[in-house]
Design a protein around this ligand. Structure first.
Ligand code: CDP
Ligand code: CDP
Length: 224
């Protein structure tokens, strides 16, 4: 039997977290949890409730009425709010891009997601996956500090902005990174002891090969 492996992936905007985690999940049969999508989904719910990031005091009441749940599609775990699963396009609009980092800096928003995100490990086990790969900004530092592998993806800012532009997305990558790295609540950091992977000049496949090699080494060590 394969040992169950937990992988934490952090990094700045457009550093390759989602595409890399999705591909590693596919090769290793892991549940893939994109926590950035969680913050986007919560932001969408708050925007729809008529709130802006300036309305922090109204956030707890707005969130109290919305129960989170998980929908698994293939190997991707998605957050539904009040039973509604928003489409990917709905959580990647310029409006959500502009507000998400500000909502994510509100401690009550992070508290709302903390237990839900940790519980995804149980979700992965119960659904028979061989592990879990969770990506975000505070996964190796706050959500899963005991993960078997903690990775921090990096790519230079010019490459990251070009990647987003190539996707046709309006997104202020540098501005979001600045907010995420300087907020008081669970700021983006490369956790102590995490492995940095600079993929500015690496293809997606090269990064996935590298990580899968690390997974195989961990699994081999767990067997002896
Ligand atoms: O994929 P991209 O780099 O555009 O960002 P994302 O992963 O979708 O995350 C959107 C935003 O959610 C980030 O800019 C952070 O403000 C926030 N976030 C966070 O605060 N903590 C996480 N664990 C994940 C995302
Ligand atoms: O999730 P995050 O915002 O960190 O990044 P992503 O959405 O996975 O990747 C942003 C873009 O960079 C996508 O279009 C990827 O195909 C591309 N990418 C790349 O060119 N080279 C890599 N090694 C990883 C991602």
């Amino acid at each position: 039997m394969k040992s169950f492996i937990v992988i934490a992936v952090d990094g700045g905007a457009a550093s390759g977290k989602s595409s890399t985690s999705r591909a590693v999940a596919s090769r290793q049969n892991l549940l893939h949890v994109d926590t950035g999508a969680h913050y986007r989904t919560v932001s969408l719910a708050l925007l729809r409730a008529g709130l802006t990031p300036a309305d922090a005091a109204k956030v707890p009441a707005a969130l109290a009425g919305i129960a989170p749940s998980t929908v698994v599609e293939g190997r991707a775990a998605r957050l539904a709010m009040g039973g509604e699963l928003p489409a990917d396009a709905q959580i990647r609009t310029p409006e959500v891009n502009a507000a998400v980092s500000q909502f994510a800096a509100i401690p009550e928003v992070r508290k709302f997601l903390f237990d839900y995100q940790r519980d995804q490990v149980r979700e992965a086990r119960e659904r028979g996956f061989d592990g879990l790969i969770m990506e975000g900004r505070d996964i190796g530092s706050v959500i899963l500090p005991d993960a078997d592998l903690r990775l921090f993806l990096e790519a230079d800012l010019v490459a990251r902005a070009a990647r987003r532009a190539a996707e046709g997305q309006a997104d202020a990558v540098a501005e979001r990174d600045r907010r995420d790295a300087t907020r008081a609540a669970a700021p983006m950091v490369c956790p102590t002891g995490a492995t940095r992977i600079d993929n500015t000049h690496l293809s997606l496949e090269q990064v996935v090969d590298l990580i899968c090699g690390m997974v195989d080494t961990k699994r081999a060590a767990a067997r002896v």
